[in-house]
Design a protein around this ligand. Structure first.
Ligand SMILES: [Zn+2]
Length: 245
């Protein structure tokens, strides 16, 4: 799916007999049953190597340009691929959910994915399965280590949601000489308090965005939530919308 850039095997089934697909492949593509059977035997490292070489070619051909500010982002995020109450496999994670007929065990799969984000283009570089229900950070660290090895000169900044505001991730990224942006959360309370206090007395930059008004503030050189040496820049945006009923 990564290599065909289609969303599902079902989507592939729809296109595999088209003129363009046949022309490109020089014949008929195998059925999706054959593809899924064969893919389950393919070594993941071989797929990773292919993705690295495709990306290098893409850069050589100037097919991947940085964002307007000249930097490429590496976005890391957790995704749930499928859930079931009825079926499970050895790799399934389990959770109890409340349903109309009482508590039930739900089986699901989650993985952490890494994308390189450039101008008008995102490139999925790697994924790592999550082995237990609170294991997203463990999976993300393993993933990041591998991605950095393969794409160390292809990105400038790592981005993640509030879950990634944790010491281990920040330290791993900073140790590689890269920058990181995450959403702050309660665990960074001292940093949140310090920056909020400093922002209170600051005149915001006002930006009009269609029907919304944004007030943007930022403070530099805030002390990180784990040591005194690491300095963090905190940005805040308050958006106000007017709705006519
Ligand atoms: Zn499973």
């Amino acid at each position: 799916m990564l290599q065909t850039r289609l969303g599902s095997l079902h989507a592939f089934e729809q296109t595999r007999l088209s003129q363009s697909a046949r022309r490109w492949l020089g014949g008929n593509a195998p059925s999706v049953d054959t593809i899924s059977r064969v893919m389950s035997f393919v070594d993941s490292d071989e797929v990773r190597k292919t993705l690295v070489s495709v990306f290098r070619q893409l850069k050589l051909n100037k097919g991947f340009a940085p964002l307007a500010h000249g930097q490429v982002a590496l976005v890391i995020d957790g995704h749930e691929s499928h859930t079931s109450y009825l079926r499970c496999c050895n790799g399934c994670l389990k959770r109890e959910t409340d349903t109309l007929s009482g508590k039930r065990t739900q089986y699901y799969h989650r993985h952490v994915a890494a994308h390189l984000v450039g101008r008008d283009f995102t490139y999925m570089v790697d994924i790592e399965p999550q082995r237990d229900s609170d294991g997203e950070i463990t999976a993300a660290l393993a993933l990041y280590e591998r991605v950095h090895k393969n794409y160390s000169r292809s990105y400038d900044i790592v981005m993640g949601d509030a879950l990634y505001s944790c010491q281990s991730i920040w330290k791993a990224v900073l140790a590689n000489g890269k920058q990181i942006i995450t959403v702050l959360k309660d665990v960074c309370k001292t940093l949140l308090d310090e920056s909020t206090k400093l922002m209170e007395h600051q005149a915001p930059i006002i930006r009009q965005k269609k029907s919304a008004i944004q007030e943007i503030r930022e403070v530099s050189d805030c002390t990180s939530w784990w040591d005194d040496e690491t300095k963090i820049r905190v940005g805040s945006c308050r958006e106000t919308k007017t709705i006519k009923r």
